[in-house]
Ligand binder design. Structure first.
Ligand code: HEC
Length: 147
């Protein structure tokens, strides 16, 4: 029984380290094969080819007001750095993290791993859908100019 528990714990940790890194290198075969399920109320986000500057600017204001206390662009803080988050996560993931935080925390494996790392639950910031979409545009803008 003891050995079983040890093995189980080891597997659990491995599952996490593969999931929340910046690169896809550690992804298991199964993960690579199956497209990741999208949790939360946003199942599809239309994003344009370029960046909408007006939306990005509006998004920055929301970011400074509601996200900045826990998230910086380039360094880990209370939560993960978000300057390049759109390079490692889908638009749907980012939108649901903002709009449907509880569902993501409960179901998404990547977020569960982040919670182990950051030891807290991101609180829902009561942002409406339009503002959340603007924040996404701002983060896309940031990721693009950071390249
Ligand atoms: C009180 C602190 C706090 C605030 C405010 C906050 N977050 Fe978070 N956020 C976290 C923590 C902590 C995590 C890691 C997951 C967890 O532990 O719940 C996280 C995770 C995330 C993630 C996932 C990052 C990744 O690498 O997958 C995104 C995206 C995100 N937050 C966006 C936002 C946005 C956008 C706002 C503002 C609307 C915001 N957060 C406000 C604490 C916060």
């Amino acid at each position: 029984m003891k050995y079983f528990m040890l093995l189980f714990t080891a597997l659990w940790l491995v599952a996490c380290s593969g999931n929340n890194g910046e690169s896809a290198e550690n992804k298991s075969f199964m993960e690579a094969q199956q497209p990741k399920k999208t949790y939360g109320k946003i199942q599809h986000v239309d994003i344009g080819e370029g960046i909408d500057g007006t939306m990005s600017k509006a998004g920055k204001e929301i970011f400074d007001m509601k996200c900045n206390a826990c998230h910086k662009y380039d360094e880990r803080y209370v939560g993960p750095a978000l300057g390049k988050v759109t390079q490692r996560r889908t638009p749907e993931y980012v939108m649901n993290m903002i709009l449907d935080t509880e569902t993501m925390i409960e179901n998404d494996d990547t977020v569960k791993c982040l919670m182990q790392e950051f030891l807290m639950k991101m609180p829902n910031q009561s942002v409406d859908e339009k503002d959340a979409r603007n924040v996404l545009e701002h983060l896309r803008d940031h990721a693009k100019s950071a390249q």
